[in-house]
Design a protein around this ligand. Sequence first.
Ligand code: FUC
Length: 805
Amino acid sequence: MRRNSLPVPDMMKKHLLAGVLISAILIFCVTPARADVEFLGNATPPSEPLTLWYRRPAAKWVEALPIGNGRMGAMVFGGVDEEKLQLNEDTLWAGGPYDPVNPEAREALPQARQLVFEGKYREAAKLISAKIMSKPLSQMPYEPACNLILSFPGYASVENYRRELNLDTATADVSYAANGVHFSRAIFASPADQVIVVHLTADKKGSISFVARLQTPQNASLSTEPSGSLVLRGVNGDSRGIKGALKFEVLARILKEGGKISTNSDSVAVTNADSATILIAMATSYRNYHDVSADPGAAIKTTISAAAKKSPEALLNRHIQEHRRLFRRVSLDVGRTDAVQLPTDERIENFHNGQDPQLAALYFQFGRYLLISSSHPGGQPANLQGLWNESMNPPWQSKYTININTEMNYWPAEPCNLGECVEPLIDMVRDLSETGARTAQEMYGASGWVAHHNTDLWRATGPIDGPEWGMWPTGGAWLCDHLWDHYEFSGDRKFLKEVYPVLRGAAQFFLDTLTEDPTNHWLVTNPSVSPENQHPGGSAVCAGPSMDEEILRDLFANTIKASEILGTDEQLRTKLGAARARLAPLQIGSAGQLQEWLADWDLQAPEIHHRHVSHLYALYPSWQINTFDTPELVAAAKKSLEIRGDESTGWATAWRINLWDRLHEGDHAKQILDFLLSPQRTYPDMFDAHPPFQIDGNFGGAAGIAEMLVQSRALQTPGPTEKHEIELLPALPAAWPVGSVTGLRARGGFEIDVAWRDHEMTAVRIRSVGGRAATVRYNNRAKEIQLKSGDAVQLDSQLQRLGKQ
Ligand code: FUC
């Protein structure tokens, strides 16, 4: 991979010396070399309670604050001598279009299957390693674009410094006073105008001076434009033999009121301005996974010119309006104490004291904020770090790990009323159904499509990393849950019709590849793994791990249901029904646990506390195990959870919260949430510590809080009829005796506001979005409701009607 090279274009060379001299003088004038700034006085806490805030600039990346418009993101450090915005663009990944399928795979598969069925797992893994794994063995990393650095005149001391991220306005603000002048910085990534805006103001005219530069680890060249713009043009990195095929461009235009602006070869200086605004736009040549012919320069020039015509206030207003359209749909109140007056890092340190319920609400809304900021229609889905990554070689390439992590990213989306934010994921699944059809054909000789345990910008679908991780054919099938759920939560039949071929293709692959297990004659996946968990046979490679059978039970049921609703594919429906009946059933093992594998291996596996709890997919996110219909399996799932333990990596901890919610054990779930929100699993900027940073824990944690308050499911009744159930406060923790939530969504297309006091529900308002019927449950009571789309009903604690609205 090429890094740290900043070739200087020829035309610039002759101006270089002069440029360096001017730049040195400017930097010297406005940035005296200074060690530490002294921070005096205590800023007052922000008035908006949904704010993360701090008394010092960020010293580390996981202290910086994330902003994003779904496509472009920045981590804002908020320094006094120097502001740093670490910038990302969501299509800037290494490599170019590629097909990783191993041409030897298809021939080797029957032998691998045979070895697995004979119990020769190590030999199977060896063969898979040699002949079946993809080439290259890894996928492409997500990469940073550059840093914007603003060097300010130094100060020996500043007063009342405050750095914050207001979740309601989606702005990062910095303010302080120095030499009697009060300075403010507002930074936001606008989805409305497709620019990142840095707006610098002071309460005394002529006080704004700084030098702006861009720095990058990419192979790129920097230039400036006399109008006061910084321009970075580069190409993405190569990786694992796949050549970088993307061009990218960053444009930062600096505008000021009053004072002077001067430009040299690699920086722009503003001196003694009254205010200044920096507009940043970024783009790559990526059009889609097989087309990299877009013109990034043309696109961003137009964007910046349009934004420059608007005042900073207008840009801010348009940004806030678009953000609030989504953000304000849901409110959560679980109590508030004086702890809200403290900076966020101190609150995280103290959370274990149990005196700060509002921090859980802040964490919940931060999860929603992160999803809005990292997954906007038209952009890429949220990856392992959402949108925010500073490294050319991030952990797990910051890609899409689809054996849990990407799915978890989207767990809060539908219940937390952010259905639009799922669109990038749906688009990705559509792409995967194309690339995965090639993989299905070339690798397995099968119809339909398949994706293994990871994918990247190029929608690679082959098995990677090694058999223990990658030999898992069920990633695409699991992603299909999110397509079905998007329908369930909205009732949008047009959408269902559009994505039905994707569901059908995923199911068809398994009709072609499921194999009869010689002992029980069940239809099983082979070769596969129970994600990343070794069994006692010396490998993770196996046949029919419980998770696969569970995912396929849902995929087949949802495809059957969709075909019934759409009145199509009757024959396929029959085939799917027959295959579904022959999948391996859920089994209870000798310790009373839910079996993770076909054999009762759980207690002999090398890592009984393993972070993945794949077999518990049946309890959450699926509803195959639930407190209403399957009491024995509920007990078995609980036993498995107890064996696994509560504390794990970030996302694995978050999964456990949702699982205990489904067991209706809110106090247990809350105890795990307390661990997730401790400094061991939450960084000062509230990013989830896997560790290192991985965003799935944030999203899984937010989903876990929603699931304490409202749960909903679709009953799989045969035929085109649809039946739904909504449970109110199913796992309310005792620690939150009073509270309310508004705007949560339920399957069947409902919007729910619910309030409680003394641990009891006081009232619920249910508004229909999809016009379907549902059973509402609270405690042991149930009530049938049937509302027209747009109508609402209010019920009391006895589920008696309070009046129609
Ligand atoms: C899976 C997990 C790891 C990590 C990685 C990105 O492999 O087992 O914990 O989250 O994905």
